[in-house]
Design a protein around this ligand. Structure first.
Ligand code: G4P
Ligand code: NA
Ligand code: NA
Length: 194
């Protein structure tokens, strides 16, 4: 997605070779028109798949899931992230370790909102180590729903997330794929269609 790549070049800040700060337009202050265009791009990619629910994880995936769900005309669900939960029979739940925070969270979704008849599209802001997204995939598996695909706004292709997710067979579509970066340069994997 050229619009997004151009914006990352202009306003993204590579704090190091591994951490990209996008607080001014994606992650803290949010460019609402860009966010809606991101939702339309995911809907165009996966629109033929008869998606019934879009699934993300709180917090920074929520607005992208909303934009995608509006474009597809379906509800979205955001998985909740808690330090500890009492396991109950009402929840699909999976532990996810966050390297950025050095903590393990329980990620959960109510069983009322996902079931075997659903066709789920997962959407998130970053595809990095893949651990959060593998957790979401596990929740879809627990529910018996069909996982249609995974849409990532920004993929850091030099981290292992893409290959870990690909190994599960899921279709992945990332709107900006970063090959490498440093504080003064961001290199993308080839630009395809707009
Ligand atoms: P993932 O690849 O499945 O997203 O999992 P990973 O464990 O690698 O990412 C952990 C969290 O850090 C995720 O947020 C992810 O969006 C965020 N993240 C990873 N790399 C970057 C980066 O370069 N820049 C920024 N700004 N964020 C990054 P999260 O756990 O979903 O938390 P939240 O921020 O949404 O609350
Ligand atoms: Na996220
Ligand atoms: Na995040």
């Amino acid at each position: 997605m050229k619009l997004l790549q151009d914006r990352i070049r202009q306003d993204g800040e590579a704090l190091s070779s591994h951490v990209l700060k996008v607080d001014s337009f994606l992650n803290h202050q949010v460019d609402s028109a860009l966010t809606m265009a991101i939702g339309q791009a995911f809907a165009a990619e996966f629109g033929a798949e008869r998606v019934t629910k879009v699934l993300t994880i709180e917090a920074s995936g929520i607005h992208f899931a909303l934009a995608t769900a509006v474009a597809l005309g379906v509800p979205f669900i955001y998985a909740k992230k808690k330090k500890a939960i009492t396991l109950t029979e009402d929840l699909y739940s999976v532990p996810v370790h966050s390297f950025t925070r050095g903590e393990t969270f329980n990620v959960s979704v109510s069983k009322r909102y996902l079931s075997a008849t659903d066709r789920v599209l997962i959407v998130d802001d970053f595809l990095a180590t893949g651990d959060a997204l593998l957790g979401l995939r596990e929740i879809v598996t627990q529910s018996g729903a069909h996982l249609v695909g995974l849409g990532a706004v920004v993929e850091k292709s030099f981290q292992e997330g893409r290959s870990k997710l690909e190994a599960t067979g899921v279709r992945i579509h990332s709107l900006a794929r970063i090959k490498s970066m440093s504080p003064d340069h961001i290199e993308f994997i080839e630009e395809t269609a707009a």
